[in-house]
Design a protein around this ligand. Structure first.
Ligand code: FAD
Ligand code: SF4
Ligand code: SF4
Ligand code: SF4
Length: 353
């Protein structure tokens, strides 16, 4: 992530939003009543509703630089500092260059038919059943395979959200809503940028709400798409209406859509025009700041690759039953390196526009 300076909402607008670097995570709007999230066909960005007083607001006091600026995942982030703060745990000797800090690397498959091994849904439902969480922030499927962020308080709501939607929705804005409604033990699942925003918010929150407990479940992520463009490209390349799809997968360089019992495929590179601009400037594939990261790269079809990073993540995984398999660590490193190369190329060509 790329930015360095700061100046409240104006700084955020100039350095991130106006340069198409916004990931639409919603972190900036989470605790500030002056910011709202705008959604139309082409723009998914935060806007200022009235004015920015750089003043005391809501649960949090606004910082000197603007809390919105501080919590944005695309402004400068002290990854090492956040790793030390949230996931320093016994048994970890050194940080892996590609995978980040981790205690265990395994592949797993549960009885739940999820996107891959159903590991995420199983952990979330087990955590809820064991009262580790008051609520869980998940991404629900919406019309046309779009996504919306939801605060789930029941197991059936978590199960309904299983499966990957390859688009962004303001997951992190829901943390503000949950905290304001009295929730203190919150689990959130998200892409690496969302998990980064979660940790930045958590750092700020801990000062005012010290009893807050956040469990961050990260998803591997190479890139994500603008929904309207993904719908258009899917129709153009595969002749499929995304609304009729039962599953979308990006795997082994292919974009695979299952609809009406048939499978349609094309090279994922064909979707390049639909890739979110901000994703070109992102170098975190494995969600380094999550308590536990889950993805498909590195394991056999039907299995999830699991990177356990913290004791919190370890305890959560211990709650579920799953069959284990080995992981191809080199496969994950390859994806991490590829993403890093893409990031270097984009930064070399000049940021945003
Ligand atoms: C945008 C995106 C890109 C990804 N790219 C890769 C990749 O390149 N390589 C790779 O190995 N894995 C990637 N993944 C992760 C992979 O698709 C699976 O999510 C992961 O393997 C977990 O599988 P599971 O069966 O355990 O999950 P499930 O049990 O099916 O649960 C999936 C969970 O993901 C949440 N979710 C779904 N869509 C979103 C979203 N858009 N934002 C936030 N949360 C969401 C749901 O709420 C649900 O809780 C990506 C995920 C996303 C969201
Ligand atoms: S009051 Fe603070 S959080 Fe709100 S817009 Fe201004 S700088 Fe951002
Ligand atoms: S905090 Fe999230 S929604 Fe707000 S500007 Fe940054 S990336 Fe965009
Ligand atoms: S590529 Fe990076 S910025 Fe884009 S959705 Fe994935 S984690 Fe977020």
């Amino acid at each position: 992530m790329v930015s360095k300076k700061s100046n409240g909402f104006e700084g955020l607008k100039q350095e991130i939003i106006d340069r198409n670097l916004c990931t639409y995570c919603g972190a900036c709007a989470s605790f500030c009543e002056h910011i709202e999230l705008e959604l139309d066909a082409t723009r998914e960005v935060p806007i200022l509703k009235d004015e920015c007083p750089l003043d005391k607001e809501g649960v949090l006091k606004c910082s000197e630089n603007g809390t919105c600026y501080d919590v944005c995942p695309m402004t400068e982030t002290d990854i090492e500092g956040l790793e030390k703060k949230f996931m320093d745990s016994e048994g970890i000797k050194e940080r892996d260059e590609h995978l980040g800090i981790y205690k265990e690397l395994i592949a797993g498959k549960t009885a739940i038919e999820g996107q891959d091994g159903g590991i995420v849904t199983s952990m979330l439902t087990a955590g809820m059943g064991n009262e580790l969480f008051d609520c869980v922030i998940v991404a629900n499927r919406e019309d046309g395979f779009n996504a919306s962020a939801k605060i789930a308080e029941h197991v059936d709501e978590i199960e309904k959200a299983k499966g990957t939607k390859y688009v962004q929705c303001p997951m992190v804005s829901k943390i503000g809503e949950a905290v304001k409604s009295g929730k203190r033990k919150i689990a959130v699942v998200g892409t690496p940028c969302e998990i980064r925003a979660v940790r930045k918010i958590q750092s700020v929150l801990l000062k005012d709400v010290p009893q807050i407990e956040i469990t961050a479940i990260g998803l591997f992520c190479f890139e994500s798409f603008y929904h309207d463009k993904l719908v258009k490209k899917t129709k153009e390349l595969l002749g499929v209406d995304l609304a009729s799809a039962s599953k979308i997968q990006i795997t082994k360089g292919k974009y695979v859509v299952t609809a009406d019992g048939k499978t349609y495929k094309t090279k994922v590179a064909e979707l390049d025009e639909a890739v979110r601009e901000n994703c070109r400037y992102c170098d975190d594939f494995a969600a380094w700041l999550a308590d536990i990261s889950v993805g498909s790269v590195g394991s056999e079809d039907g299995y999830s690759t699991i990177i356990v990073r913290s004791e919190r993540g370890e305890k959560l995984l211990d709650l579920i039953d799953f069959s284990r398999d080995d992981v191809d660590k080199k496969g994950i490193s390859k994806a991490v390196k590829l993403k890093h190369e893409k990031f270097e190329t984009a930064v070399g060509a000049g940021v945003g526009g």
